[in-house]
Ligand binder design. Structure first.
Ligand SMILES: *Cc1c(COP(=O)(O)O)cnc(C)c1O
Length: 386
């Protein structure tokens, strides 16, 4: 049950439901055949949910490995005592190679110079640096081109400081059912892996499925799946929703910090883009702004839940606050009782029968649910785990 408990010093917070994370992790684990490993993407502070806490819960629910995007993200997990394998999903500046080795963070590799420099640093540290070979099968982001994989492996294979622990690619359209580009990418990937194996190279763990791939393409689970957004209870696409039930883990809550009843015609917020239409319209102020990840483009274009009912946000969203109106005659909304200072406001999440999803917010601000949770989670709001 949500606690609705604000941090001691602020009437605005993110609530992360670790039980939801556990349930979602188990739901994905149960899709995998025995022996197929599960790598959880906990990059960007676990999509804003708190990487250290999420990693521990995911591991207890069956996850085997973890994926980060930056050296710092990997180091943070290690410093918190996380001992399970951590893959960094790209390369990093050469200056950080010693840090990778010190903290046992495995980089993705696709550049010969990077691979050899990594090997040099590993030899100097009396270690063998594991890597996962990234293959660019069509997304044009990172990776060795399929036609170059044999030559690439050949050019670094002599080095005793490095060892291939995995081979992977990333799909651009895994959520589109029957997609030609997806088929092309998966064929290029499996062909590349086959050629590496035929040539006698150790390919390590073979992996390519992200969240939608894991749900929609079990034939490509290979040795490991890399699951991200689904663990946080969000669907990557409408195509996966009928196939797996998930529970959103992040809510964004606040308390009303001030209530006023301005006269008819008075303005609200910068630019006064909203004016009081009727007598007895309450304007409530909430201490969350765009510096907390509430995009300014949501101004006059979002709802909040207060006292169990939806009501309309009005005026421009400020850096540190936004306002909402409680208008007894607002037709689109159920009657909301009068608000008072301290009332609970749900910006994202469920309160009673009402729910505002990350998908709703994403739609209103023309982005995807991934960006919504990353924004809330990476800026200024404290997290409360329930
Ligand atoms: C982020 C990421 C994932 C996870 O993607 P989801 O769509 O969140 O499942 C998997 N693999 C790579 C390479 C990624 O960058």
């Amino acid at each position: 049950m949500p606690s609705f408990n604000n941090p001691a010093d602020r009437w605005a917070w993110i609530e992360v439901d670790l039980n939801a994370i556990r349930k979602n992790t188990r739901a994905f684990k149960s899709l995998l055949a025995p022996g197929v490993q599960m790598m959880c993407a906990v990059k960007a502070d676990a999509y804003g949910h708190g990487a250290v806490e999420c990693t521990k819960v995911m591991h207890s629910a069956g996850a085997d490995q973890f994926a980060v995007a930056t050296v710092k993200e990997g180091v943070e997990l290690r410093k918190a005592g996380i001992e399970w394998p951590i893959l960094m999903l790209n390369e990093c500046p050469f200056e950080a190679l010693d840090t990778l080795l010190e903290y046992d963070i495995i980089p993705a590799v696709y550049d010969t110079e990077f691979a050899l420099a990594y090997g040099e640093r590993a030899v100097a540290a009396n270690k063998v640096g594991k890597y996962h070979l990234a293959i660019d099968t069509g997304m044009s982001r990172i990776g060795v081109m399929p036609q170059d994989v044999l030559e690439f492996r050949h050019s670094i294979e002599f080095h005793r400081g490095i060892e291939c622990a995995g081979t992977f690619t990333h799909f651009a359209t895994a959520d589109v059912i029957g997609d030609w580009d997806f088929k092309q990418q998966s064929k290029r990937f499996m062909d590349s892996v086959g050629r590496l194996r035929d040539a006698g190279y150790e390919v390590g763990l073979v992996h390519c499925d992200n969240t939608p791939g894991t749900v929609l393409h079990p034939e490509l689970h290979n040795d490991m799946c890399r699951v991200g957004i689904g663990l946080y209870g969000l669907q990557p696409s409408e195509t996966t929703a009928p196939r797996i039930a998930l529970t959103p883990a992040m809510s964004v809550r606040a308390r009303v910090m001030r209530v006023a009843t301005p006269g008819v015609g008075e303005g609200v917020g910068y630019g006064m883009t909203y004016r009081i239409p009727r007598p007895n319209t309450q304007i409530a102020t909430v201490p969350i702004g765009y510096a907390d990840g509430l995009a300014r483009s949501l101004s006059n274009n979002m709802d909040v839940i207060v006292n169990g009912a939806r009501t309309r946000q009005v005026g421009r969203i400020c850096m540190d606050q936004f306002m909402f109106a409680v208008d007894p005659n607002m037709r689109a909304y159920r009657q909301t009782e009068k608000v008072k200072v301290g009332d609970l406001v749900t910006v994202m999440g469920r309160d009673g029968d009402e729910e505002i999803t990350a998908d709703e917010i994403a739609r209103r601000r023309d982005t995807i649910n991934y960006e919504v949770t990353c924004n809330f989670g990476s800026m200024r709001l404290d997290r409360v785990f329930v």
